[in-house]
Write a protein that binds this ligand. Structure first.
Ligand code: TEU
Ligand code: CA
Length: 559
C-alpha cells in the first residue's frame, strides 16, 4: 500500500461568490476567504478547492471566463490571490483551482477575434458550422435548455455552446488551443497551486461530423451526450496534458465527468493511465426517475446502495474514488438525502459518516459542515442561476408548464440551493456581508450558523471535526476495503471496511423509523470499540444486535 497525500486528504469546496464578503459590496471575495482560513483549519481540512475566481462577465458565476490569467474584479486582485495562496500554505493546507477549459466566455478576446471573420486566425479556436436547411447544424440540446448552437449574424454561421449562449465551446482539435490551455495551467502551477478540479473535462472531444442525437419523442432539441461525453480523443488530450504539464508537479487533479460509468472512469483514473487522480461521478446525484433532474421523483435507498457499492468495488485497487453528496450544482445533502426539519442535525451527521467512511477522497461543500439546508424562494425573481432562468423561460414562459409546480421543482433541485450565502452568525445577512447580498440569505441562518455550531459540542460542525480526525488517526478509513452488508435492508445502509486484521463496521439508518440491526453471522469479534456515533450509546450494548434511533449512525472497530 503506497501512501499518497491526496488519498488521505479531505477537501473543502469554496464557492467564492457566496463564502465571505470582506468589503460590503454583497459579493464574496478573496480577502473574505483569507479571513476565514483559520476556521477551515479548525475544521481540519487539508485542501481547499476554489470555484472559478478568474475574470468573468458572470453569466454563469465565473464558469464563463474572459481572462484565465487575471482575477475577477469583484473578487479582488492578483496580489490578493498571491496572499491567499501564501496564507493557505502557511497553515499547511493546499489550494486547488477550477480549470474551465471546455469553453470560455463569449467576451474572451479569443472569441471576440473568432467571431469577427471566417478568416481570422482565432476562428478555429471555437466550433463554427453553417446551418442545415435553415436550422441549427444539428439538434443537440444545451445543458441549459434550448439549442446548443447559436447563430451569429456577422459571419452567418453557428457556434457550439453546450452550456449558456455566453459559453462557446473551445475547439480542442486545434493544437494551438491545447497549447494555450497547457501554458495557462503552467502559469498557475508555477505560482505554486496544488492542483486542478477540471470542469466538464470529459466533454472536450466531440464526435466528428456532429451527428443529430436520437430523438424518438420528436422534441425540438435532443440530448446528444453520446457524441460529446467521453469522446474519441479525450484520453489523447489528457495524456498529452499529463505529459506536458501535470506530471511535472506533485499535485492532485479531479475531473468533473458527468455520465461516466465505472468502466469509463477507470480510463481516466486507472493507476497505469497517466491521466487524472480521480473523477466526480454523477450516478448517485442523478438517481431521480425517468423524468430526470427536473422532477420531484424520489430517490431509492436500494439504488444508492447499488451505485455507491459499484463504485467502491469496481475502482478498488485500480483507481481512486472521490466522495461527495453535494456541491455548487446540487441541492443541499441534508435536504435531499436526509431530513432538514426534525432530524436535521442527526441526519447531517449520519450522511457525513456514510460518506466519509467509504473509500475515496471526501469533498465537503461550504456550509455542509454546519448542516445548511435548501432554500425556498417563492418568486422566480429571487433566483439568480442562468440554468434556472433558462429553464423557466423554456418550460413555463414558452412551454406553458404549471408555474407553481415548476417553482416547487426548482426549490427542490435548483442550483441556487447551494449558492445562498454561507451562514456565519445570527447578525443581519448571516454575517456574510454588511451590504446587500447578491442572492438572498436562507432565513434559517438565525438557527443554523457557524458561530452557534462552534459553541455547541453536539453540533454538526464538531462531528465533522471528529470524523476528519478519525481519518488522520486510522489508515483503515483511507485504505480499507469496502464491503456492503445487509444488502436488501430497506432502511439500513451498513458496510464494513477491512485492512489487514482490522475490521470497522459502519451502520446508518437512512430514515426516521427504528429498525433493528443484526450483524451477519460470518462476521465475528471478541472485542469492540465505538469509534463515532451521533447519539449516546450504551457501552455495554453489543454491535451484534441493536435497535437504531431515527437517522442513527454508529461506527465500531471489531477485533
Ligand atoms: O457543471 C457541468 C455539469 O455537467 C453539471 O454539473 C451541470 O452544471 C448541472 O447538471 C446543471 O444542473 C460544470 C459546473 O460545475 C457548473 O457550475 C457550470 O455551470 C458548468 O460546468 C459549465 O461550466
Ligand atoms: Ca466583496
Amino acid at each position: 500500500m503506497e501512501r499518497i497525500w491526496w488519498k488521505e486528504a479531505v477537501v473543502y469546496q469554496i464557492y467564492p461568490r457566496s463564502f465571505m464578503d470582506n468589503n460590503g459590496d454583497g459579493i464574496g471575495d478573496l480577502r473574505g476567504i483569507i479571513a476565514r482560513l483559520d476556521y477551515l483549519k479548525e475544521l481540519g481540512i487539508d485542501v481547499i478547492w476554489l470555484s472559478p475566481i478568474y475574470e468573468s462577465p458572470n453569466d454563469d458565476n465565473g464558469y464563463d471566463i474572459s481572462n484565465y490569467r487575471d482575477i475577477m474584479k469583484e473578487f479582488g486582485t492578483m496580489e490578493d490571490f498571491d496572499e491567499l495562496l501564501q496564507e493557505v500554505h502557511n497553515r499547511k493546507m493546499k489550494l486547488v483551482m477550477d480549470l474551465v477549459a471546455n469553453h470560455t466566455s463569449d467576451e474572451h478576446p479569443w472569441f471576440i477575434e473568432s467571431r469577427s471573420s471566417k478568416e481570422n486566425p482565432y476562428r478555429d479556436y471555437y466550433i463554427w458550422r453553417p446551418g442545415k436547411d435553415g436550422r441549427e447544424p444539428n439538434n443537440w440540446l444545451s445543458f441549459f435548455s434550448g439549442s446548443a448552437w447559436q447563430y451569429d449574424e456577422h459571419t452567418g454561421e453557428y457556434y457550439l455552446h453546450l452550456f449558456s449562449r455566453k459559453q462557446p465551446d473551445l475547439n480542442w482539435e486545434n493544437p494551438r488551443v491545447r497549447d494555450e490551455i497547457y501554458e495557462m495551467m503552467t502559469f498557475w502551477l508555477e505560482k505554486g497551486i496544488d492542483g486542478f478540479r477540471m470542469d466538464v473535462i470529459n466533454a472536450i472531444s466531440k464526435v466528428e461530423g456532429f451527428p443529430d442525437a436520437p430523438n424518438p419523442e420528436n422534441q425540438r432539441y435532443a440530448w446528444g451526450g453520446q457524441y460529446f461525453l467521453n469522446g474519441p480523443k479525450v484520453h489523447d488530450y489528457l495524456r498529452e496534458m499529463n505529459d506536458r504539464v501535470l506530471s511535472k508537479y506533485d499535485i492532485m487533479t479531479v475531473g468533473e465527468t458527468g455520465g461516466v460509468t465505472t468502466k469509463d472512469a477507470l480510463l481516466y483514473v486507472g493507476e497505469d493511465r497517466r491521466e487524472l487522480s480521480m473523477v466526480f461521478q454523477f450516478e448517485h446525484v442523478e438517481m431521480a426517475g425517468p423524468a430526470g433532474k427536473w422532477s420531484l421523483d424520489a430517490w431509492k435507498l436500494a439504488d444508492l446502495k447499488r451505485i455507491m457499492s459499484r463504485w467502491q468495488n469496481d475502482l478498488y485497487g485500480k483507481g481512486w474514488n472521490s466522495l461527495y453528496l453535494n456541491n455548487h450544482d446540487q441541492p443541499r445533502a441534508v435536504s435531499r438525502f436526509g431530513n432538514d426539519s426534525t432530524y436535521r442535525v442527526q441526519s447531517a451527521k449520519m450522511l457525513a459518516t456514510f460518506l466519509h467512511m467509504q473509500q475515496g477522497t471526501p469533498y465537503i461543500y461550504q456550509g455542509e459542515e454546519i448542516g445548511m439546508t435548501n432554500v425556498k424562494f417563492d418568486r422566480i425573481e429571487d433566483y439568480r442561476d442562468v440554468e434556472i432562468h433558462n429553464l423557466w423561460e423554456d418550460r413555463v414562459v414558452q412551454g406553458g408548464a404549471d408555474p407553481d409546480l415548476m417553482l416547487q421543482i426548482i426549490q427542490a433541485k435548483g442550483r441556487d440551493n447551494a449558492r445562498t450565502p454561507m451562514q456565519w452568525d445570527a447578525s443581519p445577512h448571516a454575517g456574510f456581508t454588511t451590504g446587500t447580498p447578491w442572492i438572498k440569505v436562507n432565513p434559517n441562518y438565525v438557527e443554523i450558523n457557524v458561530e452557534k455550531a462552534r459553541r455547541d459540542p453536539n453540533s454538526v460542525f464538531h462531528y465533522y471535526q471528529k470524523l476528519i480526525q478519525l481519518r488522520k488517526q486510522h489508515l483503515i478509513v483511507v485504505y480499507g476495503k469496502y464491503e456492503l452488508i445487509l444488502e436488501d435492508h430497506p432502511q439500513i445502509y451498513a458496510f464494513t471496511r477491512t485492512l489487514d486484521r482490522e475490521v470497522w463496521l459502519v451502520v446508518n439508518n437512512f430514515y426516521d423509523g427504528s429498525p433493528v440491526f443484526e450483524l451477519p453471522q460470518e462476521i465475528s469479534y471478541s472485542a469492540y470499540d465505538l469509534m463515532i456515533a451521533n447519539y449516546d450509546v450504551d457501552p455495554l450494548e453489543q454491535p451484534r444486535h441493536f435497535s437504531l434511533r431515527p437517522y442513527e449512525t454508529r461506527v465500531y472497530r471489531l477485533h
